[in-house]
Design a protein around this ligand. Structure first.
Ligand code: SF4
Length: 426
């Protein structure tokens, strides 16, 4: 193992479970990537990896099976098309996400996500944090993704009086799920960046290594946290308004279509097909969705029926079952279960009612697939030894009701018990 592997994290690189192999995570702001960039990612995967890609629930793309000697060339290849991975892993401001790409307010949200990305990425003031710092910008609160960010913004007003956001802070999932709380309602867009700067400064100054912002607010309390943030010089600062051309890149959606990517796994050849589709139908941009699919906002001159037929001819269709899945033991060092195999088994056990629900499976309690936000969430927990000494994977089952976080309804199930519970849903 390289002695540099921890240092690689700020470049968006984690060691894989398999000795000597690395994963490169590519940051995509609000999940948006151009057709040329998508072709470059596919090319990197084919040339340096094994031609396989993983779409994440935070709208990033992961390239697996890279060797250490090739990492600088991978970085150069991505930089050549304007892509960065800086801060995609490790203690930094991670990729700025958006789970409401199909909402009317998405252009404003995409523009804000781009400003945040520009400001916080590769800025040494916002690296080497105690742990990751996640920002998400949403056009509405429907997905509840604003509750799982260190700083989660929800568009609250947009018009002649300017654009405003409700700011939620200190949320997170993992082993200690905690919904974010409303820090300030109706923050003017020109105050968003300085206010998040102030929050990040308090986080860095007062939080022990390895802990998220949610740990700090739990420890010192909301009132003390607010007091500390107010003491930061940037907390009340207002930046000049942004002027110039619109900052969003995707077409203002006349229609949106989604190509299902089962279990978030995509070959580089298939990503190239989707890039070619985007070049023809959606002004050359495609989007990684929060459910690990690829979406397109059709350009105004595109006929949506023709576009759907063209997408089907490439072999893609709408999703049959919404099922978010992380790499688990297939690639991830922290994984406790072979998530793709488990997901396939669970899907086979589903009846029609279950197929109509949203599902998420995480390979360990880190909960990267956000199982607490699905209708049905599955978290791989511990490996326990049975009487014969065999190690057995267990699963906690969560049910959500569309509000807040889902809760555990059954603990430590075997795979057989899990499938029984899935069949019982109908
Ligand atoms: S949930 Fe666990 S196993 Fe899955 S990607 Fe995250 S850290 Fe890895």
């Amino acid at each position: 193992m390289s002695t540099h592997s921890r240092e690689y994290r700020l470049d968006g690189i984690y060691r894989q479970r398999q000795e000597s192999f690395y994963m490169q995570r590519v940051k995509l702001t609000a999940g948006v990537i151009s057709a040329d960039q998508a072709r470059a990612v596919a090319s990197v995967s084919t040339r340096f990896g094994r031609g396989t890609l993983h779409l994440t629930t935070r709208g990033s793309i992961e390239i697996h099976w890279l060797e250490e000697a090739d990492l600088p060339a991978v970085k150069r290849s991505l930089a050549a098309v304007g892509l960065t991975s800086r801060g995609a892993c490790g203690g930094a401001v991670r990729g700025v996400t958006c789970a409401s790409q199909g909402a009317v307010g998405f252009p404003a949200v995409e523009a804000m996500a781009r400003r945040l990305h520009r400001h916080f990425t590769a800025n040494p003031r916002f690296e080497r944090f105690p742990k990751k710092f996640k920002i998400g910008v949403e056009a509405d609160a429907a997905s509840r993704r604003h509750l799982i960010q260190d700083a989660g913004l929800v568009l609250s007003a947009s018009g002649e009086g300017g654009t405003h956001y409700d700011l939620y802070v200190a949320g997170g999932l993992g082993r200690e799920p905690q919904p974010g709380f409303l820090f300030e309602a109706g923050v003017c867009e020109n105050r968003v960046i300085p206010l998040i700067e102030a929050i990040a400064c308090v986080y860095v100054a007062h939080t022990p290594a390895g802990k998220r912002l949610k740990h700090l607010t739990r420890t010192i309390g909301e009132a003390e946290f607010r007091r500390l943030v107010a003491l930061e010089p940037s907390a009340a600062e207002e930046l000049p308004p942004v002027s110039g051309l619109p900052e969003h890149l995707t077409p203002v959606a006349a229609a949106r279509i989604v190509a299902s990517v089962p279990l978030g796994e995509l070959s580089s050849a298939r990503l190239t097909d989707l890039a070619d589709f985007a070049a023809q139908w959606s002004d050359g941009f495609l989007m990684v969705t929060a459910n690990q699919d690829i979406a397109f906002h059709l350009s105004v001159e595109s006929d949506s029926d023709e576009a759907v037929s063209a997408l089907q001819r490439t072999g893609f269709s709408a999703s049959q079952v919404t099922f978010r899945v992380c790499p688990g033991t297939h690639n991830c060092l922290a994984g406790l279960s072979p998530t793709r195999d488990i997901a396939s088994t669970v899907i086979e056990a589903m009846g029609p009612t279950a197929q109509g629900l949203s599902w998420a499976l995480s390979g360990c309690p880190n909960s990267c697939t956000q199982p607490q936000l699905a209708d049905v969430g599955i978290v791989t927990t511990t490996l326990v030894k049975d009487e014969s000494g065999e190690r057995t994977t267990r699963f906690d089952l969560y049910r959500g009701n569309g509000q807040g976080f889902g809760t555990v309804v059954a603990k430590s199930l075997t795979l057989e018990e899990l499938c029984h519970a899935v069949r019982a849903i109908g």
